[in-house]
Structure formats: C-alpha cells, structure tokens
Ligand binder design. Structure first.
Ligand SMILES: Nc1ncnc2c1ncn2[C@@H]1O[C@H](COP(=O)(O)OP(=O)(O)OP(=O)(O)O)[C@@H](O)[C@H]1O
Ligand SMILES: [Mg+2]
Length: 267
C-alpha cells in the first residue's frame, strides 16, 4: 500500500534578496514521490534543494503551494499524532530533563506515568544516555542532544518517521551503532521511514530505495532500489554487493542526468 503520494508538489517562498528586493524563491517544483507503507526511503540531494522543506511539509510544519499530497490515500492533514520528526538541528525542550523530553510524545498519547518512565529508560539505554536522564539539554554535547531527539521519536513509535540528517552531528562510531539500531527497530515494527542524508553509504546501508533530487527548485530525478538482503548488519558494508551498489550510485551521480556542480560534495 502507498503511504505517501506527493504529486507535482511546489513550494515557493517570498524572500528579500541581497539587494533588499522582494523575490520569489522556488524551492520545490514538480516534486513527485510515492513512498510505500513500511518502506525505508532515503532522500539525497544537494544542499538547499528542498529536502528539509519537503519533510517539514509532511510534518505539517510548512505549507505547499502546488500539487497534492496524500497520506494513506487522504489529503495531508496539518496535525497528526502518527508522524514523528527528527529535525536537522535537535529540537529539545530546554526546561525538561532528558527523560522528560523523551516522555513528551508518550504524554500526548496519554501513556500512564509508570509506563512512560519504563519506555523512556529503555530508549535512553539504547542511545547510551541512561546516566544523563536527569540532566537538562544545555548540559549535554551536540551529539548527545541529537541522540535524545532520536530516542524521543523512536519511543513514540509513529506510523511515519521523518528523519532529517539525524546522525550528521554524531561521531563516526556512535553513528554506525545508531544506524544498526535504527534498522533493528525498523525491522521489528516496519514503520515507514523517510530519511534525509548526505551520506551515500548510509543511504545504501539503510534503505529499500534511494531517491535523488536535483538542485533547487528540487524534484526527484532518479530512484534506485537497494537489493541488499535484510536484516542488514555491520558486515554488509564490506560485502562485494555493497561495493557494487556504491559504484552504481557514484556513476549515477556522475552521469549526464545528474551532472550538477552541487553534487560535487559526494564525489
Ligand atoms: N521559511 C523559509 N523562508 C524562505 N526561504 C526558505 C525557508 N525555508 C527554506 N528556505 C529556502 O529554501 C531552500 C531549501 O531549503 P531546505 O532547508 O529545504 O534545503 P535542504 O535540501 O534541506 O538543504 P541542506 O542539505 O543544506 O539541509 C533554501 O534556499 C532555503 O534558503
Ligand atoms: Mg536540510
């Protein structure tokens, strides 16, 4: 079943340019994408092409001007308790402790106190922050804050998980650990995940499909299937098949279709 259908979506912003004049900035144009229920789909594209914009629209935090977006066959609603987002920059509540930050979504769902605490502790353990449960966000490092944000959304179990470069601020080892953990959690309950990343290897490791966007105004230029077997483990990164897919992706990025300066960052 199709979870998300984005049809010819367009988004424009009215901005003031560097000369102080009003200008229309077209960010998304003819953005077309289907995401299947239970699918893990990664979105790759040059900086500024509109990835976060699309995620924010799906999260109900931004509008779109053109086209249509359906969720479970119905028009996208602004407010839904079935969507969870991990922002590019960690959005924690500064007046709440780490544990209380994890409990936010569970409170919205009226999970009782004891159960909230149990779930929060479980996910804090998972991201290696159990010892920091009673600290406040400003007492944590950037990477630790991001781990709280990830744990919070995982604890909430949304039907649709929107993740905007969730691992970008983490050290390499934590990143690899959390990639595998995320896969393990996803394989257990197969929720739909839309994952933005700038890392080709990360996209290949995690995804069923990888969608490539053009530079702004962004739209989906190409989608490839990642046919690696599941469950995927750490070792798969070193397999011949992984190397083959990586080569395909690199060639794709270099070929005419996607030959855009801004993809230089990946090569
Ligand atoms: N609220 C806004 N008002 C005006 N312009 C905006 C707004 N939000 C985003 N933009 C512009 O839209 C474009 C796309 O931004 P977006 O954050 O979606 O890019 P991105 O693909 O997520 O990039 P990155 O990889 O750097 O995170 C940028 O040029 C940005 O300046
Ligand atoms: Mg972004």
């Amino acid at each position: 079943m199709v979870k998300i259908e984005a049809r010819l979506v367009g988004r424009e912003y009215q901005i003031k340019n560097h000369l102080g004049r009003k200008e229309t900035l077209s960010v998304l144009e003819n953005f077309d994408l289907d995401i299947q229920e239970g699918e893990f789909l990664s979105l790759l594209g040059p900086s500024g092409c509109g990835k976060s914009t699309f995620l924010n629209i799906l999260a109900g935090l931004d509008e779109y001007d053109k086209g249509e977006i359906l969720v479970d066959g119905k028009p996208l609603e602004k407010i839904s308790f079935n969507r969870g987002i991990v922002f590019q920059s960690y959005a924690l509540l500064p007046w709440r402790t780490v544990r209380k930050n994890l409990e936010v979504g569970l409170e919205i769902r009226h999970v009782d106190r004891k159960e909230r605490r149990r779930i929060a502790n479980q996910y804090l353990e998972l991201v290696g922050l159990a010892a920091f449960a009673n600290q406040y966000p400003h007492q944590l490092s950037g990477g630790m804050r991001q781990r709280v944000a990830i744990a919070r959304v995982l604890a909430y179990h949304p039907d649709l998980l929107l993740m905007d470069e969730p691992f970008a601020a983490l050290d390499a080892q934590t990143r690899e650990t959390l990639q595998i953990e995320l896969l393990r959690i996803w394989e257990a309950d197969k929720k739909t995940i839309l994952f933005v990343t700038h890392s080709i290897d990360e996209a290949i490791l995690l995804s069923d499909r990888v969608a490539f966007m053009t530079s702004r105004p962004g739209y989906i230029k190409e989608i490839i299937n990642i046919d690696l077997p599941r469950p995927r483990t750490e070792e798969i990164r070193n397999s011949a098949e992984f190397a083959r897919i990586r080569k395909v992706v690199w060639e794709l990025l270099q070929n005419e279709v996607l030959k855009e300066q801004s993809y230089g960052a990946y090569l």
